[in-house]
Design a protein around this ligand. Structure first.
Ligand SMILES: [Zn+2]
Length: 307
């Protein structure tokens, strides 16, 4: 079976203002790269059930978000989270990409999926937009897997260079989830130390210093793999940020594009006996367009190899 890419034109119309690093060209660069391949199937997002949004975020926050879009121009939801009139469709369709991905896997239409969507989601907390993010897309996927398909053990591996405080916030009190993150520390958004264990000892956070290179990263990543093997997840979610790349302008890790193939391959290899290869991946950060496209393509290489 194939790997699916879930994508919509709306992701290219979420305007964040000139010079904003979380820009439409990000998804265009990845799309241009992936469209050159002939081993992928392309699908559109589905609508997210309201119930799932409200399991992930507070009802008040969802209402606030729905009423936050300007008629024209830009609106700031926090210092760096910007929306414009067409952002509403993109934001809810980004969350909806995970619904399409999960349904496709459960209905045996494809083996695994990469949600080529923006805005990203891993900084969005239950009650707060933050860090370019409005909805925790990974949190939506997790709640949908639990609510619709009755999964009991879902692991989210977040290899974005920033700590996914939003993913942590929406997953920490859910005993059916395990949230794992590797990230630069001390760094934005703060937090993500070994003190953040989740309410059910269901989170593993591995802070690493600026300058972390490939060898140091993979030494630390062995702890991720050990924890996954111990946990035996039934379904895997990647929060796939590519800003740990050495060319990324927003952070100071030293990974290569090929390292994202390794991260993905090692994770899939460690979990395949438990998940039967059921995995969805959701785009998070990554701000150097060339590095982003190359790294995402390497990530997809491993998804294709394991399907
Ligand atoms: Zn990031």
């Amino acid at each position: 079976m194939n790997t699916a890419i879930i994508n919509s034109d709306s992701y290219e119309k979420h305007f964040t203002g000139d010079g904003h690093p979380e820009q439409p060209k990000r998804v265009i660069a990845i799309k241009d790269k992936l469209k050159k391949r002939n081993d992928l199937i392309w699908e559109k997002p589905k609508k997210v059930p309201e119930k799932i949004l409200e399991m992930t975020h507070s009802k008040d926050y969802i209402n606030y978000l729905k009423n936050s879009f300007p008629q024209k121009g830009l609106k700031f939801l926090d210092g760096d989270t910007v929306v414009s009139p067409s952002s509403k469709k993109a934001i809810f369709e980004a969350a909806g990409s995970t619904i399409r991905a999960v349904d496709g896997i459960e209905n045996n239409q494809f083996k695994n999926a990469f949600c080529l969507a923006r805005p990203p989601g891993h900084h969005a907390e239950k009650n707060k937009a933050m860090g370019f993010c409005c909805i925790s897309n990974a949190g939506v996927a997790m709640n949908y897997l639990i609510n619709k398909y009755n999964y009991k053990k879902i692991a989210c591996v977040d290899f974005d260079v920033h700590w996914g405080n939003g993913n942590y916030d929406v997953m920490r009190d859910n005993e059916n989830s395990l949230y794992i993150s590797t990230h630069q520390y001390p760094f934005y958004p703060g937090g993500g130390t070994d003190k953040d264990k989740g309410d059910f000892n269901n989170s593993l956070n591995i802070p690493l210093p600026a300058g972390t290179n490939s060898e140091q990263y993979f030494n630390a990543f062995d702890r991720v793999l050990e924890r996954l093997i111990q946990y035996k997840p039934e379904f895997l979610i990647f929060s796939a940020g590519f800003d740990a790349h050495k060319d990324d302008p927003l952070a100071q890790f030293q990974l290569s594009s090929k390292d994202f193939y390794e991260i993905t391959k090692r994770t899939l290899f460690a979990t395949k006996d438990f998940t039967q290869g059921k995995v969805i991946s959701i785009l998070e950060g990554g701000y150097d367009l060339n590095a982003l496209a190359e790294s995402a393509n390497e990530h997809v290489n491993a998804l294709v190899e394991f399907n």
